[in-house]
Design a protein around this ligand. Sequence first.
Ligand code: SAH
Length: 234
Amino acid sequence: MFFEILTLFPGMFESVFAESIVRRAIDKGVVSVGIDNIRDYTGDRHRTVDDYPYGGGPGMLMKPEPVVKALDAARKRHAGLSPKIIFLSPRGELFNHGIARELSAEQGLVLLCGRYKGLDQRVVEKHVDREISIGDYVLSGGELAAMVVVEAVTRLLPGVLGNEDSAAVDSFFDGLLSPPEYTRPEIFDGVSVPEVLLSGNHARIREWQERQARDITMARRPELWRRYGGEKDI
Ligand code: SAH
């Protein structure tokens, strides 16, 4: 799978993608990540990427021409593969595990990072397939949101995670939050690991973990619990 990131701040991605899971996925050839600077698609001497919004008000908007040229160049680099064009935006659908799974089935994603007040609406309507928000708060740019999407999608691709940190035991995979976990020492700060985990009885351990996952999901995320179909269980 490939990711093409279009941004005004390409340097923000270097260290994040040079470490850990995404780095491993790149090294294994499971994903490729291209990062392109929208400013390289400007035509004027000052390399202008922003302009005043019609209707006035504070702040600037991204100029449409460089964005569309950068998009066309990304499409051309992957001719014949028709990647999904994603615009990171606080107005988008809220990102979650289900969307990450859907996106992980694509051949490629172009992730368009907004800056200033965002994009000219005509660019969104003509070129963007999906607008995604990573939460109900406003960031200064789409870069951190794009990193979140790349990492969440990459973790789900076959061959990226080893057995030892399989996504199948993570929160959301089966519709529930994951149960609490403990490691050595057995007593830490005067608090002991729950006795059942020391019992060696795998059936009892599974049962305890499932109960915990249900209780935590019910208490903390009632909407997840309803979607899981949990009411009929209690
Ligand atoms: N004026 C806009 C916010 C612009 S913030 C509004 O109120 O809707 C500048 C850019 O940051 C956006 O274009 C978007 O690309 C990114 N951004 C900000 N918050 C985000 C969020 N919660 N999720 C995804 N992208 C976000």
